[in-house]
Design a protein around this ligand. Sequence first.
Ligand SMILES: NC(=O)c1ccc[n+]([C@@H]2O[C@H](COP(=O)([O-])OP(=O)(O)OC[C@H]3O[C@@H](n4cnc5c(N)ncnc54)[C@H](OP(=O)(O)O)[C@@H]3O)[C@@H](O)[C@H]2O)c1
Length: 262
Amino acid sequence: MEPASPAADWSALLAHRDAGAGATLPDGPFAALFGPVLAPPAAPDGCRVIGRLAQTLDGRIATAAGSSQWIGGPGDILHTHRLRALCHAVVVGAGTVRHDNPRLTTREVPGPDPLRVVLDTDRKLSADYGIFQGGPPTLLVCAADAGGAEHHGQAEVLRLPRITGGGLAIPPLLAALKARGASRIFVEGGGLTVSRFLAAGCLDRLHVTVAPVLLGSGIPAFTLPEVARIADGLRFAWRVHDIAPDILIDAALDRAKPGGHP
Ligand SMILES: NC(=O)c1ccc[n+]([C@@H]2O[C@H](COP(=O)([O-])OP(=O)(O)OC[C@H]3O[C@@H](n4cnc5c(N)ncnc54)[C@H](OP(=O)(O)O)[C@@H]3O)[C@@H](O)[C@H]2O)c1
């Protein structure tokens, strides 16, 4: 997958990042994979949303104890940093901050750091995590009734309504990010967070790295509403990219909802 001149090709792609709807995507080895990421938003909310996970062959994103470093190889890490650089905001769930204490920066590639967004309904995460203590701008997203001050460490607090059954509604989150100028959204994990975006019909593309590893147990990649029949499962087109020793699947979800449920 790696091109002969990745630096020049990557610079051309970065230059295209905010070039506007009429601009022509540069030809090159990155076009097939990142063209759909940089495509103009097609959904009425004006956002382009890309989910991503790295999973084992048996569909796990971490061990049962929460260790996930590293399921994918160096190509997957590079790919994740490229997605951060191409998107305006990167979203993670509270579980990922709790287990990984991530920085969510673009230190592996040239490119801007995205706005960092942490979903934590009841504001259970301590403000001591590094992501709240400095670095690029950060939002802590919680329920409107979660209480507390308007900052969480150095992160700004964004309050959203709860949905029935718990959690935060995704469409108001996208609207709030769009209002801040962040229309290309990268949902980096973990499994519950990506699954909630998927179940809400809020993913345009889904990138799944599959690594040649079997764990036999662990945190699942996807947790979605049950369907009774195979025919009710969500089917989609995909392209497979070689990032040896892993494969990278680019699924064209186009905001489809699994099982057709709301
Ligand atoms: N392999 C990979 O690609 C990858 C990527 C990232 C993380 N990980 C690993 O995955 C594990 C964490 O994944 P996970 O699936 O357990 O958790 P997660 O998705 O990181 O976080 C789940 C939590 O985030 C909050 N959240 C997410 N979406 C929300 C929404 N729409 N509304 C409200 N709250 C929302 C909820 O917190 P509340 O329950 O407090 O409401 C939920 O319990 C860690 O072990 C991490 O190392 C792996």
